[in-house]
Ligand binder design. Structure first.
Ligand code: IVH
Length: 691
């Protein structure tokens, strides 16, 4: 297949300038999704191909040079300070300037290019072949034998210091014996396959979005503020590069051996090669063998062994000339798209699904793949009966990456006929006309209250652990009770009777009793969680808490104006509209009346209100920095909110004080000093709120 087959049709026929612009925008957006959101929507290969295409175009048009082009920069995982809403999970780490820029590697998917690279090296050079680990890069700083910082790549110049999270990795030594005064080790942080699968299983059970691959899971994990959760997830690490002044060793290999001797986790899958054949054998061997490794790899890295020769070869703006990465191709197979069917999700989103002629891909049989939404189908330009390519790479979930061959006969017989089938207009489950909210990619069934999958979804959400925590009502039982006509709304849960439940084949007396006991207990669930349980669109757990704090009963909330709602932190126009729309629907009001009659907590009760804590931090903007001993960072964040204060990720003139733990980030400290912002210790803070 041609390297540039994936360039979208709409970009063909563009001028070079237009194509360059389009590619720059698209790649910059993908960099953001990859590095900041840890949720890329493009495969690595597609990204690399587009990057190559852009490089090629820019080389042919030097007059269009732009220093901000993605070809000139390393992608960045630094959290944009202003994008707080998007970047919730990663804010709050001190930023640190790299002592040595953190470069990436030139990469290729072509074995011929690898051969070329080797052949162009000076004669008789030794080449170290290593595995390319597919996680995220980290730089470990040691001073006087102590681990003092662990910095992510960031934009290559400056990264986030995620030291507390790195300390959870047992394989990384905290202290070195007989090491130079200053030392930097670089490597890859990884989440082993086994841990990744367990994490996704748990997330599925808790209805949280799944990570697409171990790399995204590792990246999401490193950004967490809760070290206990990080430790629980079980990250691991391999180190592959040592930096510093007056280090021992004349070759890269010797340095890795030294790193191993100091106790660092260095992979055994390393070989010194002397010619192209040895390099190719290494590649061929690991292309298959890597499937048996406990962690993800996506290629091979080749490095010139001699440090003196490395220095002679030097660097480009982005990468060393003395190294190259060969990336393994994702497994790809052609097959026929038989039929497009449509699924209605629990939130009413309609997802088109490709039903394929079964094919074998990376050890599993694939016969279905998501087509995401209407735009995705249009971009691929595919229709039923087409031959398509299906790919399974680092992404566990197979996906359709393009048309395998053009069906030119069909196109030429009637060029005016659209190639893509028209998207359905009515819900396949309940027949309601579909709607598409402006700016959203998805079509949706608006019949939230009685479209069967949506209703079952609402019921499942209502009983879930973080909502009403009703045990015994799993998705199968809910489906059963729905089919038997016993559950039509969340209010019906409080009318379930022992005899009706016990009469169900799969339940029996004991389970029926347990369910009803749990239903009874749910009447004590406090108002903020009940509000979350109601499942108003986009009102998640945290937002529900904030709303419930401002409106202390559903009666008050029911009459809230849009302006009052948007005045609450985290509540934007859309959420406010959803809340107003929720109370405008009579069917919801009936549900609320029935929940109220059943004794569900639809207001903060008196005891709770009385026990509500004094608002000693009212009006204060507080920044948390460093590590703590008494409580986790998340707990401190919650305390700040509970006591009326506001959390902020960065130090500014508006900051009232910094809750400063150990190892506070130097950049925050510097800024605090410059602005004269006070630092409050953990103990002082606890005294402040507990009196
Ligand atoms: S060497 C200056 N070796 O691949 C050389 N990188 O774009 C620095 N990677 O950012 C990198 N395994 O995150 C090197 N054995 C290995 C590697 C490796 C994975 C990652 C690393 C780097 C990226 C290349």
């Amino acid at each position: 297949m041609d390297l540039f087959d994936n360039i979208p049709i709409e970009q063909q026929g563009l001028t070079a300038e237009q194509e360059i612009k389009a590619l720059r925008t698209e790649l910059a957006e993908q960099n953001y999704k990859y590095y900041v959101l840890s949720a890329p929507t493009m495969s690595d290969r597609e990204f690399d191909e587009k990057m190559h295409r852009l490089q090629e175009l820019e080389a042919a048009h030097p007059e269009l040079f732009d220093p901000n082009s993605p070809t000139q920069k390393v992608g960045s995982d630094i959290q944009p300070v202003s994008g707080e809403r998007l970047a919730v999970s990663g804010e709050g780490f001190p930023r640190i300037k790299h002592r040595y820029p953190m470069l990436s590697l030139a990469n290729t998917y072509s074995r011929e290019e690898v051969e070329d690279w080797v052949r162009k090296l000076p004669p008789n050079v030794e080449i170290v072949a290593e595995l390319k680990y597919d996680g995220l890069s980290i730089s470990l700083w040691y001073e006087h034998g102590q681990l003092v910082h662990a910095v992510t790549r960031g934009d290559g110049t400056e990264g986030d210091d995620v030291l507390p999270n790195i300390r959870t990795i047992a394989a990384i030594p905290q202290t070195l014996i007989d090491a130079p005064e200053r030392l930097e080790l670089r490597g890859e942080v990884l989440l082993p396959w086994e841990r990744f699968e367990a994490l996704n299983k748990q997330r599925e059970e808790q209805e949280e979005p799944l990570f697409a691959n171990p790399r995204n899971a590792a990246s999401g994990t490193l950004k967490l503020q809760d070290t206990r959760e990080v430790a629980h997830r079980g990250l691991t690490c391999f180190l592959y590069y040592m930096l510093g002044e007056q280090l021992p060793g004349r070759t890269h290999y010797e340095r890795l051996e030294q790193a191993r001797a100091w106790g660092f986790p260095v992979s055994d899958a390393i070989k010194i090669c002397h010619n192209v054949d040895e390099v190719m054998n290494f590649i061929a061997y690991w292309d298959t063998e890597r499937k048996n490794l406990p962690v993800a790899t996506d290629g091979i890295v080749l490095k010139v062994n001699s440090l003196a020769e490395q220095e002679e070869l030097g660097y480009t703006a982005k990468s060393p000339r003395w190294a190259i990465a060969y990336k393994f191709a994702a497994e790809r197979q052609p097959t026929t798209l038989r039929q497009i069917t449509y699924q209605v999700g629990r939130t009413g989103v309609i997802t088109p699904v490709a039903n394929l002629d079964p094919i074998q891909l990376s050890g599993t049989i694939v016969q279905r793949a998501t087509l995401h939404n209407e735009d995705f189908i249009r971009q691929l330009g595919i229709t039923e009966g087409d031959r398509v390519f299906v790919e399974k790479g680092g992404e566990i979930i197979p996906k359709i990456v393009g048309k395998a061959e053009d069906d030119t006969t069909r196109q030429s017989s009637n060029p005016s006929q659209p190639r893509t089938p028209s998207f359905i207009t009515h819900c396949p489950e309940c027949g309601t006309p579909l709607v598409r909210v402006e700016g959203e990619a998805a079509w949706r069934c608006p019949n939230e209250l009685s479209c069967p999958p949506q209703l079952k979804g609402r019921l499942e959400h209502f009983v879930s652990r973080k909502a009403m925590n009703i045990e015994g009502l799993g998705s199968e039982t809910i489906a059963l009770l729905y089919d038997k006509g016993l559950l039509h709304s969340v209010a019906d849960i409080y009318s379930l009777r022992q005899e009706d439940l016990a009469a169900q084949e799969r339940l029996g007396d004991k389970s029926a009793q347990n369910i009803l006991a749990s239903v009874e207990a749910s009447k004590q669930v406090p108002w903020p969680r009940v509000l979350f349980a109601l499942g108003i669109r986009m009102v998640g757990e945290t937002t529900a808490k904030k709303i419930a704090k401002r409106f202390r009963s559903i009666d008050a909330l029911q009459w809230a104006s849009k302006e009052e709602l948007t005045a609450i932190e985290d509540v934007g126009e859309q959420i406010a509209d959803n809340i107003v729309a929720y109370f405008a629907d009579l069917r919801n009001l009936e549900i609320i009346t029935r929940l109220q009659a059943a004794g569900v907590q639809l207001a903060s009760n008196e005891r709770e209100a009385a026990a509500s804590v004094p608002q000693v931090l009212a009006g204060k903007t507080i920044v948390i920095s460093g590590t703590f001993t008494e409580h986790s960072r998340d707990e401190y964040k919650q305390m700040i909110e509970d006591y009326g204060g506001k959390n902020s990720g960065s130090v500014s003139k508006k900051t009232d004080f910094i809750l400063a733990g150990d190892n506070m980030g130097p950049s925050k400290l510097e800024k605090a000093n410059a602005l004269g912002v006070k630092l409050i210790s953990e103990q002082e803070f606890l005294q402040m709120i507990h009196g």
